[in-house]
Every structure is written in structure tokens, then in C-alpha cells.
Design a protein around this ligand. Structure first.
Ligand SMILES: *Cc1c(COP(=O)(O)O)cnc(C)c1O
Length: 429
């Protein structure tokens, strides 16, 4: 597509956008009576208008029914998660039985590693991306130590080549191949939080399996952002938070995926709790744990109804959008337009002030562009916020801007680039 750096062109793109009305389903932060151009959905998604209503419904159920709320009403709490499962499945490309809302992300990562990281003296290594989100690094290191291994030798981090930001798929394949005989687990992000690179999850999964390893993904930056086929790709397990692209609210309830091929294996260990016990017999309080069928069998504690109601409100907006394919179509256009506009800013400045480290190939990224500012990075970021452009900041010099197809417009991107040019010109004088 040939883009133009004009307001009229941006407005035309908005008029042609079938999803443009979804923006009205969200609440936008404001300051001094002015709405932010909110480009930070990679960090905390906006609040859907329906969220308050769904939360209030449950507050009211609690008020009216108290303990009977577990069994009464159209959405009895005991089965409340089932409505979410139906809507979560198409977001990650899973069967309904393979997903479940529970806990929070890093907690789930630990619980899934309990089941899926089963090291032996010979096979104990974990391959991951270098520079993974710190929580994942800490979780993986602590799991290794828990099993008596030294993270320094048991973790294989795949790095981008010298002078590059993007990890080459061939280098991931090589690392898997090289360590195949000692490899227990391949554990990658779906999309890297820093660069915005979307890894070739299908290839990584196949290569991991060919090496005889288990393959899992942390989808914090991928779930609700890009379309995936976790079931068809044969991913063993995955987990994600709901508060980034899925607008589930700060610290909201997270999700897990376990491939159905693992449902039959009752020898795989898990940390059990009563909420993972079969639903129809849970209140018989019998001795001896038996897991509920499917991903639900990994639940431990009482269902978190209020956080689930918040996630549900947002999942219903995804349903209105037609789930991931229409959103991805718009997202590709949004990031491509922003990519073009940033280049125009460079051209107008007459310098290479901004370098986009996210893959130029739109298919290899999600909704986020990570932009390195050569000088005055922090000052530029602060000036953007003053002008009501809210992206997010990564030290020492990266500004991440994430246009979200559910609620961002092409016009906002045009205006963002205009403001970026203006504040940068002033600061570089
Ligand atoms: C956001 C994010 C987290 C945060 O984990 P919480 O347990 O929700 O705090 C973890 N890992 C990755 C890759 C993330 O992007």
C-alpha cells in the first residue's frame, strides 16, 4: 500500500476501517481535558466500558445471593470460567478444553513448568531468547535451581547476531539442534517485549519436538495481538496475562493453554488444589486428588470471579471484532503506517534520529514498534507525554509505540508523528 503523510489520507484510512466503531467500547485517559493518544496497550490495555457493568453484576450477585452465588443465577460462579474459555480459545487458536483462566502469568509459568519441565541427568537444558522479560528469567532460573541445576550451564540463551536486534529463526534452529541431546524444554516468548519481534512459533515448536523436547510459550505480548494456532502447531503449553492486549485490567486474571495430547498422561506431575478436582464432585470433599479433564485440571484455588468478570467484558469486545483475523488485518496496516510516518519524521529532520528495531517485515511483528532515539531520547519521550501521546519508555533510549486495532486510529498515528517531529526538532536545536 502507498501511504501518504497527510491528515486527509489518515482520515480516509479510518473511514475505510470496518472496526472503527469498536473504539467507542473503551474509556480513554485524559489530562487537562484532553484525551491521550494511547499507544501503550502493550503494557496496560484500556478499560472497556462494559467492564464496570460486568463487575457490578457480580457485586450485586454477591450482595443478593452470598454463598448461593456459586450455584445460582444464570452465570453461577462455579461455572463462570466456562464462558471465558469459549472466548479465549479463538484468541490463541485452541480448543475450548485446552484453555482456562486462572491465577496470574508468572504463577502459571511456574505451575506449567512443574508439569512440563521434567529434567533428567541427561536432558535438563532449557533454550530461551536472550533478553527475555525479567520475570521469565527469574522463573526459569529458580525452577532450574529447584531441580538442582546451575542456570549458568543449563540455560541456553539465543542471541541476535552482533549489531543486530532481531533474532534469526535459523539461529534458533541451530541452537536447538546443537543442544538436542540435552534439551528438556524450549521456552520462548511469542513476541519479544523489547523489540516487538514475533518469533516463528510453528517452526520453533517443530524443531523443539524433533529434538525430543517440550515446547512452551509465554504469550504475554502475543495473546490478543496476533493470530495463533496453538493447537494446530502442537505447542505443548502456553500462558499469558490478560492486562496487556486483552484489556483485562491491572493484575487481571491470566490464562493457560495445555495441548490436548497431554490430557491422557496422568503421570505428568502437577501442583494440585481442590479447584482442579472434577467440578461435579468437588464439594464431596473426597480424599485423593483426581484432575478435572483438560486445562481446567491445572486450577488450584477458588475461581476469581471479579477478575474473571473483567476479562470477560474485554473478551466480548474481541468477539464483536470477529476475533483475531480482522484485528490482525487492521494491525498490519496500523504498524505499517506508523513505520512509514517515522521514516518521514527522519526525512524531515534530515538525520537518522530514529531507528526502528522491530522487524521491518510486518509479518514478523505484532502491534508494537520499538524506536531507538539517537539523542535526547528521554526528553523526547517526556515531551510526547506532555503533548498527550502516551507510549512507553525502556531505558536507555527506546520508545515503544503500540497502536492497538481495537481502539487506535490512523489519525492518531498521523498526529503522533506530527508531534514527534515538532518536539524533536525543538529539542535538537
Ligand atoms: C508482562 C510480562 C510478564 C508479567 O508477568 P506477571 O506475572 O503478570 O507480573 C511476564 N512475562 C512477560 C514476557 C511479560 O511480557
Amino acid at each position: 500500500m502507498n501511504f501518504e503523510n497527510t491528515l486527509a489520507f489518515a482520515k480516509t484510512l479510518d473511514q475505510q476501517d470496518d472496526l472503527r466503531d469498536l473504539r467507542n467500547e473503551f474509556l480513554f485517559p485524559e489530562q487537562d481535558g484532553k484525551r491521550f493518544k494511547y499507544l501503550c496497550g502493550n503494557s496496560l490495555g484500556l478499560q472497556p466500558i462494559a467492564t464496570r457493568k460486568l463487575v457490578e453484576q457480580q457485586m450485586s450477585n454477591w450482595e443478593r445471593l452470598a454463598v448461593e452465588g456459586w450455584f445460582e443465577g444464570e452465570a453461577a460462579w462455579l461455572a463462570y470460567h466456562k464462558q471465558l474459555k469459549i472466548l479465549m480459545a479463538p484468541i490463541v487458536g485452541a480448543k475450548v478444553s485446552e484453555v482456562c483462566p486462572m491465577n496470574t502469568l508468572t504463577v502459571n509459568l511456574h505451575l506449567l513448568m512443574v508439569s512440563f519441565y521434567r529434567p533428567t541427568a541427561k536432558r535438563f537444558k532449557i533454550i530461551m531468547e536472550a533478553g527475555a522479560f525479567p520475570s521469565d528469567q527469574y522463573a526459569i532460573e529458580s525452577q532450574l535451581r529447584f531441580h538442582g541445576f546451575d542456570p549458568a550451564t543449563a540455560i541456553i540463551e539465543v542471541q541476535p547476531r552482533n549489531g543486530e536486534y532481531i533474532l534469526r529463526t535459523e539461529d534458533i534452529m541451530l541452537a536447538i539442534d546443537e543442544h538436542a541431546s540435552e534439551l528438556a524444554l524450549v521456552l520462548f516468548g511469542g513476541i519479544n517485549y523489547f523489540t516487538g519481534q514475533w518469533y516463528d512459533m510453528e517452526k520453533i515448536t517443530t524443531a523443539g519436538h524433533d529434538a525430543g523436547a517440550i515446547v512452551g510459550f509465554d504469550l504475554a505480548h502475543a495473546a490478543g495481538n496476533v493470530p495463533m494456532k496453538l493447537h494446530d502447531w502442537n505447542v505443548d503449553f502456553a500462558c499469558w496475562c490478560s492486562y496487556k492486549y486483552q484489556n483485562g485490567g491491572p493484575g487481571g486474571i491470566a490464562g493457560i493453554f495445555v495441548h490436548e495430547s497431554h490430557f491422557v498422561d496422568s503421570t505428568r506431575p502437577r501442583f494440585a488444589g481442590w479447584w482442579g478436582y472434577p467440578e461435579d464432585k468437588r464439594f464431596e470433599m473426597t480424599k485423593g486428588f483426581i484432575p478435572e479433564a483438560g486445562a481446567d485440571g491445572w486450577q488450584i484455588s477458588t475461581g476469581q470471579i471479579i477478575p474473571m468478570s473483567m476479562y470477560l467484558a474485554s473478551l466480548q469486545v474481541f468477539e464483536k471484532a470477529g476475533f483475531m483475523d480482522p484485528l490482525r488485518n487492521k494491525s498490519l496496516k496500523l504498524t505499517s503506517y506508523l513505520y512509514f510516518l517515522i521514516q518521514q519524521v527522519n526525512a524531515a529532520l534530515g538525520t537518522k534520529q530514529f531507528t526502528i528495531i522491530t522487524p521491518e517485515n510486518a509479518e514478523a511483528r505484532g502491534a508494537q514498534l520499538s524506536i531507538v532515539a539517537r539523542s535526547k531520547a528521554r526528553e523526547i519521550f517526556d515531551a510526547l507525554v506532555k503533548e498527550h501521546v502516551l507510549g512507553d519508555w525502556r531505558s536507555p533510549n527506546v520508545i515503544r509505540l503500540s497502536p492497538v486495532p481495537l481502539y487506535n486510529t490512523f489519525e492518531e498515528l498521523y498526529q503522533t508523528a506530527e508531534i514527534l517531529l515538532r518536539v524533536t526538532s525543538a529539542l535538537l536545536q
